[in-house]
Design a protein around this ligand. Sequence first.
Ligand code: SF4
Ligand code: SF4
Ligand SMILES: [Zn+2]
Ligand SMILES: [Zn+2]
Length: 318
Amino acid sequence: MMAPVASRSAGTPGCVICHTPLPFRQAQTSKLCSRADCHWHYSLLQKQNKICRICSRPLSIQDGFRGVCAAPECRRAVVADQAREQHQQRMQQERILREQAARLREQVTDRFGVREPDTFQLAVIPAAVHRMTRLPARRRREFREYLIKLIDRALALPLTPAVDPDPAAESDSSLREARLQAASNSACACCQGSCCRGGAHVHAFLTLDTLRRYRALHPDQSSRQILAAYLRRVGGETCEGSCVYHRADGCGLPREMRADTCNDFYCNGLREFRARVPATGSIRGFFVATADDKIIRAALVDEERMLLASSAPPVDAD
Ligand code: SF4
Ligand code: SF4
Ligand SMILES: [Zn+2]
Ligand SMILES: [Zn+2]
């Protein structure tokens, strides 16, 4: 919709073609004076798409290809429009994916005779799509240098006492958390480590705290032994462009050696799943791993059991 001319400038509003000042009332409803010439000229510009799509003023030659004039409020409005449009497209795409995932769950549970399909919480998670490749020597060398420095710093600090087993470890809530973790691990196996890509740039997220924690668990190990323990778990072949520990079958590091970031991180889809599981009863999930708005893999999970894992949509999801 065209903005009233009068709202644009503090001065007297004028015809956008001939710039003749417009009477106040006319300026509220029109951007043109009464001359037929101005109306003819303006409608020609409209036909040629030489009108700002926000304020409807004629465009300069430089602004013509953008379809929007140089006024900051028009430029801002266009950026806001684009952001809104992208957001709506994103939401629409997510809705379509969820519908496909829900159909897939129905078909899979039906095909395998699984009762109560709705008890398998639907979760849309990312899918890692990696090529396996030899880890470049340069990356291996950089990682080794980083580790040596980190281990030296950890060994220069006093040994932290190993954390005693949590006396509440057997409590109902921690047992439930362990079951939830088992289901989450299955989700990550279905995804195959999309978030591990971030570990490529920050040396597997390893920090001084990680090394101090490891050292507390292995107080007798020398710096050479700690270095060897971490280096021998780096795969010869790793997922291209991902963390040095990212292998075809998952992470090469046991949990006790991983950084807190690795142990504590849940992507949005998995976080939503974890928040939605009922407080009591079985922890069941139907995980759909997607990339580029397509379903790549799916997994039907009941507690720690993977009932079905598929490397492609098991059935046509459309
Ligand atoms: S946390 Fe999410 S992105 Fe990371 S491996 Fe698990 S499912 Fe994939
Ligand atoms: S250490 Fe393991 S969990 Fe952490 S980013 Fe690397 S591959 Fe992923
Ligand atoms: Zn005019
Ligand atoms: Zn404009």
